[in-house]
Design a protein around this ligand. Structure first.
Ligand code: CO
Length: 502
């Protein structure tokens, strides 16, 4: 290894030390910290991120990168690490301190205002500060630069290489195919899922969730599970990846599919190469690819009949009074209801994408200036009516439901749908390449699927672009047809739809 490359990896590892130390503090804040710890914790986090920012804009790093970018002796992985670090370095250099301070000040005010607006169930309380956030996001798009649409600059931070045009096309496909499909389903006799909303003991649920993780192949020597209000996955390196779940004693769905979802995220990070600590090749590729791993376990595996052939008996044993008399058929139909609803996070795997599409259309319009924040509530409510056929009763169940905009997270939402579509495409290839997959899952054996994901997706970190990785794995870039085929096959059977009616 050249001296320069070695110095470069040392520098990046040091930045990562600071970021991971911040992650530990964040994790503690969500899982353990007493209420009064908040103020000084915020200080500690700000100090760490300040030092990390200094190191990542250090001119010494810039000089190293200039040398390394010309170094032909590097291998593919090393070249990718230099390329990605250079992109990050150049990006960090574009932000001046005033802008960073202003954005952090405005978003922390916005977070408070969003909380207050939710308490009062009134969007007007949030609107004035949201206007400031949108202004800053427009500025940020100019700072970062873009070819066609200001929104491109923001998406690119989360899903490199994806443009507004790509997502326009994706949601044009969603509209063209999913709207009619959901209508056809709604016209059929509906299944019941009321048995999922009985009393389910907290501790019994927690124990069951640990079994779910073990079966997936999650290694408790490299992680742990705790409880938090908003479930998440965090890593302090690829050998300490922690998850949280949420338990609702009146709705067992939350524990089951949150655990599968976060477990999928965690397996991805556990599959990254620990030797590439702090380097792009040891980090996740994009939010869309990350979400593809969580959605694949949550939906393609965890809402599949074969998975429950292996696991329903143990769930019935854990909750004999609640589920003992419910057949596997009824259970399977109940966990796969397709029903338009108000809240994105509780949506089924088909109508979910309308929720994302609505947010994308709104973000794009705000960024380009064709929509004003003061008209946001009306536009939101109209779109829910148009795409999902439901009336929004109030702001908490409408425009105030997600925290993303208060955080300044514009450009993030589309990665949720992109992730589900990648998941369907990857899973389709996995099924072809592992002929026994269904039988294995039906016996509770997830090991070959995990090996396949490790080899094809996890180990590559950020060496390839999302489109390159997807092409290597499936033979083509992201293609919505795979999700549609999966959804048609599964839900036509569940709702007894004739092929011609679909
Ligand atoms: Co996720």
């Amino acid at each position: 290894m050249s001296e320069h490359y070695h110095a470069f990896t040392e520098h990046l590892a040091k930045i990562n030390d600071l970021n991971k130390a911040a992650s530990v503090l964040h994790w503690d804040q969500e899982v353990n910290m007493p209420k009064k710890g908040a103020q000084q914790r915020a200080r500690q986090l700000a100090t760490l991120s300040g030092i990390a920012h200094e190191l990542s804009t250090d001119p010494k790093l810039g000089t190293l990168l200039e040398e390394l970018i010309k170094d032909d002796s590097l291998d593919t992985r090393q070249k990718a690490n230099v390329r990605e670090a250079k992109l990050q370095y150049d990006k960090q250099k574009k932000y001046d301190n005033n802008f960073v301070r202003e954005l952090s000040k405005v978003t922390s005010e916005a977070l408070e205002a969003w909380q207050k607006a939710r308490n009062e169930n009134n969007f007007e309380v949030f609107a004035p500060i949201l206007e400031k956030v949108v202004d800053l996001k427009r500025k940020e798009a100019e700072i970062l630069g873009y070819d066609e649409h200001p929104y491109d600059a923001l998406i690119n931070q989360f899903e490199p290489g994806t443009t507004t045009k790509d997502i326009d096309q994706l949601f044009a496909d969603v509209k063209a195919e999913l709207v009619d499909f959901v209508r056809a389903i709604a016209a059929q006799p509906q299944n019941s899922d009321e048995f999922l909303f009985q009393e389910f003991n907290h501790d019994e649920q927690f124990t069951y969730s640990l079994d779910i993780l073990k079966q997936m192949g999650y290694d408790f020597d490299c992680g742990r599970q705790d409880i938090s209000t908003h479930p998440f996955t965090t890593n302090f390196g690829s050998e300490d990846v922690r998850v949280t779940t949420r338990i609702n004693e009146k709705d067992i769905r939350e524990m089951i599919w949150t655990t599968l979802h976060e477990g999928g995220h965690a397996l991805y990070e556990l599959g990254l190469n620990p030797d590439d600590y702090g380097l792009a090749s040891g980090e996740y590729l994009s939010l869309g690819i990350h979400e593809s791993q969580s959605r694949l376990w949550e939906n393609n595996v965890g809402r599949e009949r074969s998975y429950w052939e292996a696991n329903y008996e143990s769930l019935q044993q854990a909750f004999p009074v609640q589920l003992g008399h419910i057949s596997l058929d009824r259970f399977y139909a109940g966990i796969n209801l397709v029903k338009p609803s108000l809240i994105r996070t509780g949506a089924d795997e088909v109508t979910y994408h309308f929720h994302v599409m609505i947010r994308f259309e709104i973000e794009k319009a705000l960024l380009e200036g064709s929509l004003e924040v003061r008209d946001l509530r009306n536009v939101w409510n109209n779109k829910y009516n148009e795409y999902l056929g439901i009336d929004v009763p109030d702001d908490i169940n409408g425009v105030l439901q997600d925290v993303h905009w208060a955080h300044g997270g514009f450009g993030y939402f589309p990665t949720y749908s992109i992730g589900s579509f990648y998941a369907a495409q990857f899973y389709n290839t996995a099924q072809q390449q592992i002929p026994q997959l269904e039988q294995q899952l039906a016996q509770g054996d997830c090991s070959q699927l995990l090996t396949w994901l490790r080899e094809n997706i996890h180990q590559h970190g950020r060496v390839y672009s999302p489109a390159e990785l997807c092409t290597r794995v499936t033979g083509e870039p992201l293609n919505f047809a795979h999700f549609m085929n999966y959804a048609r096959k599964k839900f036509s059977a569940l709702y007894q739809l004739e092929p011609s009616a679909v």
